[in-house]
Design a protein. Sequence first.
Lengths: 206, 206
Amino acid sequence: MPKRVDHAERRTEIAEALVRVAGRRGLHAVGMREVAAEAGVSLRLVQYYFQTKEKLLLFGLELLAERFGERVSARVRAAGDAPGPRAMIEALLMAALPTDDESRTFHHLYTSYAVLAVNDPALAAQPFIKNPDAAEDALTELLRQAQEAALLEPGVDARLEAAGLLAMSAGLGTGVLVGQRSPESATTVLSHHLNRIFRTGDAVRT
Amino acid sequence: MPKRVDHAERRTEIAEALVRVAGRRGLHAVGMREVAAEAGVSLRLVQYYFQTKEKLLLFGLELLAERFGERVSARVRAAGDAPGPRAMIEALLMAALPTDDESRTFHHLYTSYAVLAVNDPALAAQPFIKNPDAAEDALTELLRQAQEAALLEPGVDARLEAAGLLAMSAGLGTGVLVGQRSPESATTVLSHHLNRIFRTGDAVRT
DNA sequence: GGTTTTGTGATACGAACGTACCATGACGTT
DNA sequence: AACGTCATGGTACGTTCGTATCACAAAACC
């Protein structure tokens, strides 16, 4: 039966199976056999397209990062239609919160990978873990634009604010993920903080 | 040699060994044999004092939470000597950042447990994961005190601010942990945000 | 058309892991 | 002094995991 096959495509299919089963049962619990079953192929095939489990995991992380990047930029683009920079900033930050199954899986797995990266140099070297974060640059730029349009409160440092907001979003996401906090309360917290950065009339009463 | 032995004490020793080896090699990689070796006892003993690995992990989390709670309140108490509420708040938030080995291990393992809790109801039910967080209550109270002393900028919601700050601290901690960010830059970000909440003269130039 | 490469299946192997079982010396109790 | 329970050691069992090996059919190439 061996037709010639597109390796990249096949690898993607298998990695998607990895992401699915890891999302269901936790990254620590996934084995090559289960990934194979989920992808509907034999164990041998998983070995064939990825030689080792480590390479499979690496590729899975790449896929995850890529998909998530697309998701975020799609949301930001969608928000960039009419309103101001604030809508885009909010879209960027909210996209990372685990509000639906997709983002929940993403957050879960990304955190799993981050934990593994602490003891695994190969994972730690991955751009997605290692990078000064494209997201931070993008958010900083958005904040600068808002600043030049005089939309922000004075005394805001765009770069520091961007780093803080992203960290907050990530932290809230973890809280939601483990059930400490509802998605709604997370968005409330985030909105409140944006309100305190953006220059608006609706100050919250104490 | 079997003197009568204090079970609680023995269990703590073994759990400490668990925390040490998990801190070194990652929670996912620790086995009962290695814990036994680290604790200087036989595998049989680990089984004797904890019947199952799951119970060992559960107890390890309890120990971790307890130790960390002590650490944080010790720091807050130390900061509560002379200055204002801000020093205590800063101490509370900074204590969670992975700046030294101890807090680094804590953050690492706590995140590991949180990830496991996503797929493990028994872990998710643990108070430390599950609770509306004593830290949030404490921080909220500190913010309220500062507020009543008119130390805060207007428009700050103590509870939302507390939740946001803790999430930010956690997020920054993860960044430090995986090497995305230096401890110094994390404290800088945190300080900047506190500056924007507290009423002080030293506004940062834009 | 024969040969080499490529895709795929089945299965075996060695290691590690959690757990269970058996044995035995020391202590507390009576 | 005898007995039972406590603490501990050693080791075996069954499973699972990642990886390696053997086998073979379909296509590609010359």
